[in-house]
Ligand binder design. Sequence first.
Ligand code: ATP
Length: 353
Amino acid sequence: MRVGVLKGNGIGPEITSAVLQVLEATGLPLEWVHIPIADEAVERYGHPLPRQVVDALREVKVALKAPLIVNKGEGRLSCVQEDGSEVTYPSLNNAIRRELKLFVNPRPLRGIPGISGRYENLDVVVMREVTEDVYVGWEHRIGDVAAQAIKLTTREAAVRVARYSFDYARRNGRRKVSCLHKANVLNYTDGLFLRCCAEVAREYPDIEFDDYMIDAACYLIIKEPQRFDVVVTPNQYGDILSDLGAGLVGSLGLAPGANIGEVASVFEASHGAAPDIAGKGIANPVALLLSGALLLQHAGHGREAASVVRATRAVLGEGKVLTRDLGGTANTLALAGAIADRVRASDPDRSSA
Ligand code: ATP
């Protein structure tokens, strides 16, 4: 099975090598296809996301992507399209998603006994729309006195993410989908998003549907997390709510994610490249590892995916090998090694090998 690997920068390379070790411990015949991105792609092709990289990602179909450093205020980049036109994106992460037409970013938030305290039963999946909203990158300056950004919502994108969320709920035995929005202020954009979700909900009478203002949802996920099951939300709210949820679980280092498209899908942690701890070997590899488990599941290897998740939760729950973000002293490789040992031990053929 060929899997693209984008090792990213910041903590990206160190957590990537740790994660590949654990995924190899499943015994699956995985072939890693290294795909250059950012600085490495600039060196090789003169652009951080050249056509060759987009084509390579389409060809492998599934890729594990480590985080990339985002230069605040100067991350915009333009990509030439097949017809010769150019599209400008607000950041490299945004460009990858949109060049590959990845339309939904599912981010599961699941508490871990022994780690998450009063949120150990938290079990919410954030379905973040990732093609539109203010992240469409249509911003401009008005001299140095003002700046404007456009928020885009289309019926097509809202219906697609809503349908994905309801299908996901059905496939995974979930009871409810909640739409999170701010339609009391953004009447037209979030109003359309909410209307589309409500319309799609009527096609799924077996799944409950409700909606909350995003600000109320931030309050309620802290006070009464059991209210939420699957939540579907525009790009920016989903980005923010999933980091908030990672805080409830216990660390950004525990929050995985996927970016699903029709041709290719890219699996990545919710967190960024954490430049403050990069190169020290102390980052938590679990968010990227659980993203790898989502990749295995997406590729039809549910048994191996479940084994990685079980091993991860067991090692974390024991509390003996924890990275610093979780209050421990273990380094990245020690935590990954403990999880890999547990994965091997769960497979009798491999533990005796
Ligand atoms: P982005 O805008 O790309 O999300 P950011 O700079 O806003 O990036 P992160 O890079 O996610 O945010 O880092 C936020 C904080 O969380 C930092 O203090 C960082 O060290 C910490 N952090 C993020 N990921 C991890 C991890 N895997 N292990 C330990 N700490 C992490």
